[in-house]
Write a protein that binds this ligand. Sequence first.
Ligand code: PLP
Length: 406
Amino acid sequence: MSYQHTPYAKPDPYNALQIPIYQSDAFEFNSAEEMEAAFTGKTADHSYSRVSNPTVQFFEERVRSVTEAYSVTALNSGMAAISNTFLTLAKAGSNIVTSTHLFGNTYSFFKSTLGAFGVEARCCDLTNLDDVSAHIDENTCGIFLEIITNPQMEVANLKALSEIAVKAGVPLIADTTIVPFCAWKAKDLGVHIEVVSSTKYISGGATCLGGLIIDYGNFNWDKSPKLKKLASEHGAASFTYLLRKEIHRNLGAYMTPQVAYLQTLGMETLQVRFAKAAGTCLQLANALEQVDGIVSVNYTALNDNPFYELSNAQFGPLPGAMLTFDLESRERCYRFMNHLKLIKRATNLFDNKSLAIHPASTIFGTFTEADRRLMNIKQETIRLSVGLEDLDSLLDDITQSLNTSK
Ligand SMILES: *Cc1c(COP(=O)(O)O)cnc(C)c1O
């Protein structure tokens, strides 16, 4: 893949083939004039690593060349990517049109953290286009969704949502963590801003947290509640302009050079790791449907899944390396978890090792039962993130655990 050959500024005194880790808070200038130019934005020289850093910039550039984006900003977690995005888009009185089917911290960030500043999260059914339209008004700063919701595995039609969004002058923002950008093109389906927890596939083996904001530069911001003032001067670059010149500096959640280095290594093997893990996930999903004790399996590439066609059209034949399955009760789920030998009891997704979790009692454990019902989080569900082990080893562990935990 050509992006693995992303160049960095030479000469490097040792001709290093891998990007060096520029572990330095600040950068020296040759003159007061150069310093002024950098600080006033006339040049793009690095000055301070909360604002930019050569190693992080190299990682951003590598992601940009895969996604063909206008700009990429790397932050220190997926939540930092989501919070920076919405602090760029929203102001008091704005609303976000979204769903209750969200990653737990994203839901809490919208409802509690942004709610306290007068931003409203309007939850609707994103698979019902009329419902989406009915929730949009002139104060809507974005439509936000996860491309395959976790753990419900719901898929919305991105092209159709993008048409509604563009007509209303509202950007479509997608959290694409579940299916990495090496497998499909969000831009072609009308996504304007993509956010990713690079903690997951990209970190390459669960070594470090990270987040990405990918701006495709394909949106006209002149109706945006907050960005319309900038749009006459900066046009399609308005979002990145405000994010990079103000928001991310003030929030101070930029990626660190050590992390950018590790995630650059992760990027080099992303495609092969993803193909192996997602391929195993599909085979496992098919096999689990025949296993005694499993009530149902949820994976959008299964032929009988209600989102099969849409998922295949949008994300291709391998929609991620995560599946869920239901057992007969919460107690059975606990016994199953406790008898696993190979699969790890852990949160996180897309580690090289397979991970199992009971979402209702953990990720959503502090939510009220009413909120869990609203979010369709069931006590009978196990979530499995498939790693790089062989299919047979995983299937053996699952069946032995089901058999000994009856
Ligand atoms: C993990 C995750 C996040 C949050 O990412 P962090 O890196 O843990 O902050 C957001 N969205 C989705 C879909 C995730 O899986």
